[in-house]
Design a protein around this ligand. Structure first.
Ligand SMILES: [Zn+2]
Length: 531
């Protein structure tokens, strides 16, 4: 029973965990990294055709985006997820493949003029279509034996339509362990979908920590705040541009705009709202159709009264790229919702190009902006940003509407961990930026008084004995025996951190093993200086 970490370790994107259990090789999520290091760390510990199963927590591309690449590399196993996740993956993986193909084409067109060799897309639409054939959806709350000694079950984690935490019950060599992967833990009161349901049994927990360092302060009246921003921007004569994740966030914003229109919260109630993202439109259709089982009470109530929760007069959709381009040449003041949510891909780039330099427009951020993305740069106050090869001045009003996060805040994350009874043998904190996952792990350890660690990329653990491995060799046990005092555990941890620090320094200074004396001397002088 071995668990290795191959993505979203000390960062928030590229989720991927590798489980070897009951003689099978299993991946939990296989997402793409986003931001400036997107193309690094895509390699996996084994060849794609050796993977038996992939279990998906939800459809977001940072949890699923590498799947078509696996198809290209010969994956022939099975993928398990919920029904809504399968349907969302159907549109999202095709879309991701389109982007890969488009970008390769664009680079090749540019590269040709410079005599550069041709680049291949990471994967193609055909690869996406191939992987979609491996999907096996199962309902929430149903324990399914996928193989001998391997049972899985999904529980609604309230992050996105179809999102789930996944529990494994593994039996190997007479030992049974329960392993819980939180997936992305949803916030409460997200429009349309249900609140997260927490699990109460697990020996080993792998949990996210995106907002492990902050508390959400939800605006008392979200639709009023959104209406105020729209009103104020229209008064200035500009447009409201909302970079939004196509799936989930876009539908939530539509939900609030429907309320704004219903309550006449903006003077010009006939204002037009453009959804300009083919993916967002497809997703909106999925949200509208099939998944009343995922809807919360308010949404179900609207549906039962014949009201579409995410539709209203003045809602316009841009399907073709010509329709998309035309939006910016229309003289009317409008709200434009477009993807990608972090501004690095898709049609949002055109809308930013046309509105960022306009002091009468507003760019409204409604979602998380990862480090290294254009969205984060704008939000951090960059004076100019490079978009579609052009340096664009940022003169528009930059606004943010927090509190509608798809992720649980620190308090809810702690609650998620506290809900597990008896305490887990080990908690792994992943899916958080470097300092956030570390500080959250430390705090959680204090509160729960059980072992918590934030693993690094490629770190491996034997989860039957709860020991960390390196190069196949067990280097340290984390499981304090009942005879150990807290002090002993503290010094063990101190020693572990010291060893880690030593190896980081040795690596950064480029010492080979034979330079050990020189290295020790340098380390001693460093310690002298620090103490
Ligand atoms: Zn997510």
């Amino acid at each position: 029973m071995k668990l290795s970490f191959y993505g979203a370790d000390h960062e928030v994107t590229g989720s991927c965990h590798y489980l070897e259990a009951a003689g099978k090789k299993i991946f939990i999520d296989c997402g793409l990294r986003q931001g400036e290091n997107a193309k690094n760390q895509l390699e996996l510990p084994i060849a794609a055709n050796e993977i038996d199963y992939i279990i998906l927590t939800h459809a977001h591309i940072d949890h699923t985006g590498r799947l078509p690449l696996l198809a290209k590399q010969g994956f022939c196993g099975k993928i398990y997820c919920t029904y809504a996740t399968e349907d969302l993956c159907d549109i999202m993986l095709r879309d991701s493949a389109h982007i890969q193909e488009f970008e390769a084409e664009w680079r090749n067109r540019k590269g040709k003029r410079q005599g550069l060799p041709l680049v291949e897309p990471l994967y193609t639409v055909q690869d996406a279509e191939t992987i979609l054939k491996s999907f096996n959806p199962i309902p929430y709350e149903k324990s399914v034996a996928i193989d001998e000694g391997l049972e899985i079950s999904f529980r609604d984690i309230g992050h996105l339509l179809g999102s789930a935490s996944v529990t494994f019950k593994i039996t190997e060599n007479g030992i049974t362990k329960t392993l819980l992967f939180s997936g992305d833990i949803g916030n409460i009161n997200i429009p349309l979908i249900k609140d997260p349901v927490f699990s109460d049994k697990a020996d080993i927990v792998v949990m996210e920590s995106t907002y492990g360092d902050r508390l959400h302060t939800p605006p008392e009246n979200y639709e009023q705040k959104l209406a105020d921003i729209i009103e104020e921007t229209f008064t200035r004569g500009g447009n409201v541009v909302i970079p939004s994740f196509a799936v989930g966030r876009t539908q939530e914003i539509l939900y609030f705009i429907r309320i704004i229109k219903e309550k006449h919260l903006v003077s010009d109630n006939d204002f037009e709202v453009y959804v300009d993202s083919p993916l967002a439109l497809n997703a909106t259709n999925i949200y509208r159709e099939n998944y009343s089982e995922c809807y919360d009470e308010e949404a179900l109530d609207l549906v039962s009264r014949g009201i579409n929760p995410i539709s209203f007069p003045g809602l316009k959709t841009a399907v073709t790229s010509e329709e998309s381009r035309n939006i910016n040449f229309l003289p009317n003041k409008k709200v434009i919702i477009s993807a990608s949510g972090m501004c690095d891909a898709g049609r949002i780039k055109h809308h930013l190009k046309h509105n960022l330099w306009r002091s009468d427009s507003t760019i409204l951020f409604v979602g998380y902006q990862a480090e290294g993305t254009t969205g984060r740069a704008i939000l951090n106050g960059a004076k100019t940003v490079k978009i579609l090869g052009e340096e664009i001045e940022v003169k528009a009003k930059i606004a943010e509407l927090p509190g509608i996060s798809g992720h649980a805040d620190k308090k809810a994350l702690i609650k998620f961990a506290e809900n597990i009874n008896p305490k887990p043998e080990q908690i792994f904190v992943v899916h958080g930026e470097n300092s956030v996952c570390e500080s959250f792990a430390t705090e959680l350890k204090e509160i729960l008084k059980c072992p918590v660690t934030a693993p690094y990329y490629t770190e491996s653990w034997d989860i039957a004995t709860v020991t960390k491995e390196r190069n196949g060799k067990v280097i340290e046990s984390y499981k304090p025996s009942k005879f150990e005092t807290e002090e002993t555990v503290f010094y063990k941890e101190l020693k572990r951190q010291g060893e880690r620090l030593q190896s980081v320094i040795a690596k950064s200074k480029g010492y080979a093993n034979k330079d050990i004396k020189k290295f020790t001397a340098e380390l001693n002088s460093l310690i002298d200086r620090w103490s």
